[in-house]
Design a protein around this ligand. Structure first.
Ligand SMILES: Nc1nc2c(ncn2[C@@H]2O[C@H](COP(=O)(O)OP(=O)(O)OP(=O)(O)O)[C@@H](O)[C@H]2O)c(=O)[nH]1
Length: 350
């Protein structure tokens, strides 16, 4: 390792599809790495800034609010020059610069344009990508979320040989796997040993290089394993093919959309969760997350859905007299029935 690289601030990029468990893994890193100055940059698809709020509310000692920087102005991979690089420079120029930077990309971000950004003159000599960690939602693979329909692919290829996927989720997922220096196979609690072995074999088959795969539940992996990979990934781009290489990194997330839906105060947690699950399944929603209030409850209800699987917690007190309406971010493939979803969530669940 050269003297220059020794003095560069290491950056870990956490990528992985919507809801794979990136924020959960990040929280675990922050909990376990207390005493180290880690700055966190979070980017979300959908404008509510929920991940930033979850991380800020983590209550971890030594984790200061200004160590968590949110980039909500579009997907990181598309806003590299406008948003991302100035943010990195500002972190480096602080009086007490971080020892390590961890970036959580949005679930729809392609990691390669981000990696390329570390070759830009303003950061090239000051930062190095220590490693790309790809968090994989093991049950989503088991249910074929990222799989193509072979007949549809064959048909599309006949029409246009340059196309290789019929499923945009498969494309994002593969780009994220291709960029990885380490793969965390998360949510192992939701699969049997046999299913897990199949999923791991599938991930290995899809990876372009022999990459270490670590199984995890709730992102619980020792930060000593995650940080300090020394990959210098920005100097190794050719080993990380992207479906968008031919487009010189230019792309838009045309295949996905997101919007924020206001929700009224709810009568009960259970009824609200049932309503959300119904909406997720009826309208084929990929991801929902947000906050609401429940009658008679002084705390705010945080809800998270990946497909139809939901979790909730009362995460913090609502100030007396606060507005008790809530907001939910909805993310799915293009063509979501937005009006239908808004209508379904506009009345409190009975
Ligand atoms: N059962 C189970 N649920 C998990 C596990 N890890 C995370 N989750 C849940 O999965 C949901 C999504 O987790 P997040 O950490 O927010 O996922 P993310 O990748 O940051 O999501 P986006 O930023 O929206 O792409 C949350 O409800 C988590 O509590 C796990 O190992 N097992």
């Amino acid at each position: 390792m050269s003297a220059a690289s020794l003095s560069r601030v290491p950056v870990t990029i956490i990528t992985g599809f919507l809801g794979a468990g990136k924020t959960t893994l990040l929280r675990h890193i922050l909990h376990k790495a207390q005493g180290h100055r880690i700055a966190v940059v979070v980017n979300e698809f959908g404008s509510l800034g929920i991940d930033g709020e979850i991380l800020r509310g983590c209550g971890i000692e030594g984790c200061r609010d200004d160590d968590i920087v949110e980039l909500t102005n579009g997907c990181l991979c598309c806003t590299v020059a406008d948003d991302f690089l100035p943010t990195m420079e500002a972190l480096l120029d602080r009086a007490d610069p971080p020892e390590h930077v961890v970036i959580e990309t949005s679930g729809l971000a392609l990691p390669k344009p981000l990696l390329k950004a570390f070759g830009w003159p303003t950061v090239r000599n000051r930062m190095t990508v220590d490693g790309v960690i790809t968090v994989v939602d093991a049950p989503a693979i088991a249910t074929g979320r990222f799989a193509d329909d072979p007949d549809a692919v064959a048909q599309q290829r006949a029409a246009d040989p340059s196309l290789d996927h019929d499923n945009p989720l498969a494309e994002v997922f593969e780009d994220q796997l291709n960029a990885a220096d380490l793969i965390v196979l998360n949510k192992t609690d939701l699969l049997s040993a046999e299913e897990l072995a199949q999923v791991e074999a599938e991930v290995r088959r899809l990876s372009p290089r022999p990459i270490k795969i670590i199984r995890a539940t709730e992102g619980k992996v020792d930060p000593a394993v995650l940080l300090g990979l020394g990959a210098a990934a920005e100097a190794d781009l050719d080993a990380r093919p992207s479906h968008h290489d031919a487009e010189d990194g230019e792309h838009e997330h045309d295949d996905f959309e997101s919007f924020v839906v206001p929700v009224p105060e709810q009568a009960s947690v259970e009824a609200f969760l049932t309503q959300l699950q119904d909406v997720a399944s009826t309208f084929d929603v990929l991801r929902m997350k947000g906050f609401a209030s429940v009658q008679g409850k002084p705390m705010r209800l945080a809800v998270q859905g990946v497909g139809t699987r939901f979790r909730h917690e009362f995460d913090q007190p609502l100030p007396a007299g606060a507005d008790r309406s809530g907001r939910i971010v909805v993310i799915g493939q293009k063509g979501l029935n937005e009006a239908g979803i808004r209508a379904a969530l506009s009345h409190g669940a009975a």
